[in-house]
Design a protein around this ligand. Sequence first.
Ligand code: ZN
Length: 335
Amino acid sequence: MECNMLVEKLISRIRSFGTRKLSYSGRLVLVNSVPTTIYSYWNYLWDSSVDYLRVPRVSWAKICSPKEDGGLGIRDSVLWNQAAIGKLVWWIYSSPDRLWVKWINQVYLKGRQWDDYTPSGDLSWGWTSICKVKVKLLPGYQNGQWVLGTHGYTLDSGYDLLRDKFQTVVWHKMVWNNWCIPKHQFIGWLVAREALMLKDKLFSLGHYSDDICILCGTGSENHLHLFQACPYSKRVLELLARLAGGAVLDSNLLMWVEAGHFSHLKKGVLLCATLATFYHLWMQRNRSRIEGSLLRPELLRDLITKEVKIRVHSLLTPGITAKDKNWLLSVSLFV
Ligand SMILES: [Zn+2]
């Protein structure tokens, strides 16, 4: 195909040395910026990194769902293409005077209703594709009118009808907010989805001979253990407990911040610190597996504190209240 050269050029660019060094958040921005998002780009997202030892299990449809539905908001190019074809479907409904529609009426419809029309016989691939998309989009039409938008058919409204729907997740604001450090959000998203490939899953699939936690050597390595119950992690999580004024981190990995009724700033700082903690625990877990060495929990706490401090400082506005400022001073996060 004529497009092959262009696609190859895009893939070689995306796989270039410079982009291999990008964090997952950087890769996500790059994937979303490429006009034809295809599976190979998605593979690139996970490709050859110490952050991952195995590709996490999240379905393509879920990944392509909006962030508020627990996805990454990546656009599915196949469905987007169908939504674009949907524009032609809509023209046939709404623009009988358009030259192309007149031609369609004369050659294919021949007086038949577009709603009920089914192509038969040896018709062109293009026309049968339009007819297939029409069937998929029919739920959006009533009496020939597109009812899923106020200004007629749009690509976004067509795409929204075509994509799989998932329930809204309450944690999306915990992960995708301004306070969190972008580099940490991707791992935060996987933790919230409980989608990291941990030893409990890998053991059940036969990839490991045991499911023992690499950090402590005692518990079974699952999400709740690694990010909450593990003795090593608990020492690191002391930082969060201190920032939260001793609040108990309950069984939900992220929602305790929401449940705590903290001030806007405090909530932001806690979310930033929580995602930073998840990220660094995950990195330590991988480091321990690959290099056999582990940073002392106190040093890891210091590292996380330093990162959170820089982030918070970059987001502080002159209008900060005296109460918030005093709190930041009391937890040594005010520069
Ligand atoms: Zn452990």
